[in-house]
Write a protein that binds this ligand. Structure first.
Ligand SMILES: *Cc1c(COP(=O)(O)O)cnc(C)c1O
Length: 449
């Protein structure tokens, strides 16, 4: 074989497996990839004396590169894991109203940093403050990139070079490398741990106060539960102690529910409003957990303290963009109406009845040779770690669950399931009903039928 035996460009472009990419990538991009691979092969052969590859090898390499390009960037995924706030899959899906707001503000200009009444520059951080005041009961609020950034900003503003008192049992690590003691250290604050791993009392905090104490910090346990012989400090008592001592109290709430979750048959999850009502001076929480909005970190609390956060130069490095503020504002507006926030996908998923999930599963099962099984969905996102929601899944009858799961993940759309006890399950609670047909087809394609 010589270089002359390489397939011609026009022949490669006519191969159906290569031509098919023109629809997604454009014919120019496909031609550029074909040229690029042929050039590389020629150079490889001429300079290094490599053997001339077969036409099939060349086509396969071109196909692989085009596929990588086609799948570059974020892909929409069907989440059949049953984990509602799956951090790896993007946590909370946005409400249609939030998507519309992103499209409107993002596709054009907006009053991001502009006061329309006065006709002059204004702060982007003030944009959603009114909505946050209304939905949390706080005097003022500030939005940054995520809750980790919110905690960092609070520590940097108030506690650099000073002491932060935390109960030992609340020194949490959540996913993605956020470890409270490490964040405290990076912010230049000194951690003062009080109490034992399982028990802490207000008197422990009182004894730890010194002229160097800058903050009293409490943290939501998020992804674990302390049970058995335990005692924790009542948040209202901590806040009252802080007020008596003139030291701000802060809660890292994490999940940031704005409404009670009991209506969904879930255990009570402390809401932002409760933390504010307990008297905590500042409360930090995520936008994309139980709030059901975009990734964001919100700090709500006392006006004077929020003003100090706003004046911290570090804020510039943690600032949110217009798409986030548009989505957050539209999501918060859905909470103004009492009751369950209409249109937030997270709450629609929580509301789905087992009977409705079973009916959907039964409609699909026969078409893909699956069994309908009972399972449990999880809230995820470091919230409600032990609360399992009864759900329904399709159990796929496949010889190799890992391999079939891989095929599903590589499909279009990619489907991510869950392997439990060697069985591949597709939990329907996290799949929107209008996507059942896409799910069914994806499974059929992966099975080669
Ligand atoms: C999730 C969580 C965080 C981090 O929130 P991000 O928005 O992901 O940065 C911080 N603290 C607690 C208690 C959490 O649950």
């Amino acid at each position: 074989m010589s270089l002359r035996d390489l397939p011609a460009v026009h022949r490669l472009l006519a191969e159906p497996e290569i031509a098919a990419f023109a629809r997604a990538l454009g014919p120019g991009a496909v031609k550029a990839t074909v040229d690029e691979v042929l050039d590389e092969v020629r150079r490889h052969v001429a300079r290094e004396g490599a053997p001339v590859p077969s036409g099939a090898t060349v086509s396969a390499e071109i196909g692989a590169r085009l596929r990588r390009l086609e799948r570059a960037g974020l892909l929409e995924v069907l989440n059949a894991t049953g984990v509602l706030l799956h951090t790896n899959l993007g946590r909370a899906p946005l409400a249609p109203a939030a998507l519309a707001a992103v499209a409107a503000a993002g596709g054009g200009y907006s009053n991001l940093e502009y006061d329309l009444d006065a006709g002059r520059r204004d702060s982007r951080y003030a944009r959603v403050a009114d909505l946050l005041r209304e939905t949390t009961g706080a005097e003022d609020a500030l939005v940054v990139n995520n809750c980790a950034a919110a905690v960092l900003l609070v520590l940097d503003t108030f506690a650099r070079g000073r002491e932060v008192v935390v109960a030992r049992g609340e020194l949490i690590e959540i996913g993605g490398g956020f470890r409270l003691p490490d964040v405290l250290e990076r912010s230049g604050a000194t951690l003062v741990e009080v109490g034992a791993s399982n028990k802490a009392y207000l008197s422990d905090v009182e004894r730890a106060l010194s002229p160097r104490t800058a903050l009293l910090l409490r943290s939501h346990l998020s992804n674990f539960k302390l049970s058995g012989f335990t005692a924790s400090i009542a948040p209202a008592a901590l806040a009252a102690l802080g007020r008596r001592a003139g030291i701000p109290s802060v809660e890292d709430l994490g999940s940031g529910a704005l409404i009670g979750l009991e209506r969904y048959g879930l255990p009570h999850e402390r809401t932002v409003g409760e933390a504010i009502a307990d008297g905590l001076d500042l409360v930090a929480f995520s936008g994309d957990k139980l709030l059901g909005g975009p990734q964001a970190g919100i700090i709500a609390g006392r006006r004077a303290l929020v003003a100090r956060l706003r004046a911290n130069p570090l804020l510039r490095a943690l600032r949110v963009d217009k798409a986030t503020l548009a989505a957050l504002g539209a999501t918060l507006r859905l909470y103004l109406e009492p009751g369950a926030p209409a249109g937030i996908p997270l709450y629609a998923m929580l509301e789905r009845s087992v009977a409705s999930l079973r009916a959907r599963a039964e409609a699909i099962a026969g078409r893909i040779g699956a069994r309908v099984v009972e399972t449990e969905s999880l809230a995820g996102g470091g919230t409600l770690p032990l609360a399992a929601l009864p759900s329904i899944a399709l159990a796929l009858d496949v010889a190799d669950a890992d391999e079939f799961a891989r095929l599903l993940r590589c499909g279009d759309p990619p489907v991510v399931g869950r392997i439990t006890g060697g069985e591949l399950l597709l939990d329907l609670r996290t799949v929107p009903p209008e996507r059942d047909e896409d799910l069914t087809r994806a499974v059929a394609r992966a099975a080669g039928v």
